[in-house]
Design a protein around this ligand. Structure first.
Ligand SMILES: Nc1ncnc2c1ncn2[C@@H]1O[C@H](COP(=O)(O)OP(=O)(O)OP(=O)(O)O)[C@@H](O)[C@H]1O
Ligand SMILES: [Mg+2]
Length: 278
């Protein structure tokens, strides 16, 4: 088993966010983690990476309990958002080269294999010609692609991606889907969070739906994007009421709840796929 999360409980300030969640991922699977804003998708992924405080349950990576796990070079992780204004100005090439560090050690100089892996990863996300530019001059979607390239450059066996295609245009999404397809064809395992599957849908072997800190569906992927957010309309209504002042353009152009800044935990509507079975 590549990843095992067993009865994981995560709480912030005493407030339970994950409530005994279990998720096992085998080698070669491509698992999409779906659910409304604030449902706990990122928290689940962070718990699996040892980045969220686990107050109960257990996580195993490649069969090893998290505390004893040292094989981080086997995992490429892309967090949900690029932190704005990271102190040191790094170039695109440098950031992607960081993805090789766990593999080669901090003090050894980059080998030809390291440089080739970085070049290949940049090529795969369509940024080969931007390697020498500071990351800060890139657009948000391009920065996201830099992080994906960094995760891929390390030659991982497991890719964990939190909304890898959010804010990424259609052409880049296709590019990314191709990149993932090659990764999976070579035996890689993928867990990714998404609100819209788009060109990634054909790659998915399994979908997990998180709702209020619990997994409410684990199995067949949804047939189309309408079912990724089954209660988008209900969530939209709830968020509209809860809309913070100055939240920008509202409603979002595509009418989907995920574009909002609100928290949909208050939504009590039915849960996919049950809603679609009606
Ligand atoms: N570090 C933290 N401290 C306190 N609360 C947190 C923290 N991280 C997440 N939460 C809370 O946990 C809940 C789940 O958040 P999480 O980021 O996992 O949601 P999500 O499903 O990834 O949502 P989105 O689709 O918006 O990314 C939210 O209510 C959020 O406010
Ligand atoms: Mg998230």
């Amino acid at each position: 088993m590549v990843l095992q999360v067993e009865r994981a409980v995560v709480a912030y300030d005493g407030r339970p966010i994950l409530d005994g969640v279990s998720l096992s991922v085998r080698a070669g699977e491509v698992v999409a983690v779906l659910g409304a804003n604030g449902s706990g998708k990122s928290t689940l992924v962070k718990a699996a990476m040892g980045l969220a405080p686990l107050v109960g349950g257990e996580v195993r990576l490649f069969g090893t309990p998290l505390k004893k796990f040292r094989g981080w070079h086997r995992i490429g992780y892309v967090p949900q958002r690029v932190g704005a204004g990271a102190g040191v100005p790094a170039t695109v090439g440098e950031v992607v080269a960081e993805g090789r560090l766990a593999r080669r050690g901090f003090l050894r100089p980059a080998s030809a294999a390291d440089r080739r892996a970085v070049a290949d990863a940049l090529e795969a996300v369509g940024l080969a010609d931007r390697a020498r530019e500071p990351v800060s001059v890139l657009s948000g979607g391009q920065q996201q692609r830099v992080l994906i390239a960094r995760a891929v450059a390390g030659g991982p066996e497991l890719l964990v991606l939190d909304e890898p295609t959010a804010g990424v245009d259609a052409v880049s999404q296709d590019l990314f889907a191709g990149c993932l397809r090659r990764f999976v064809a070579q035996g890689g395992t993928v867990v990714f969070v998404a609100h819209e599957l788009g060109p990634l849908r054909p790659l998915i072997t399994r979908a997990v739906v998180v709702n209020r800190g619990e997994i409410v569906h684990d199995g067949a992927p949804p047939a189309d994007d309408d079912h990724v957010h089954p209660h988008a309309a209900a969530a939209h209504a709830a968020l509209e009421v809860a809309r913070p002042a100055g939240a920008g353009v509202w409603p979002p152009a595509d009418g989907r709840a995920h574009a909002a800044t609100g928290d949909a935990r208050t939504v009590t509507a039915g849960v996919w796929p049950h809603a679609t079975a009606v």
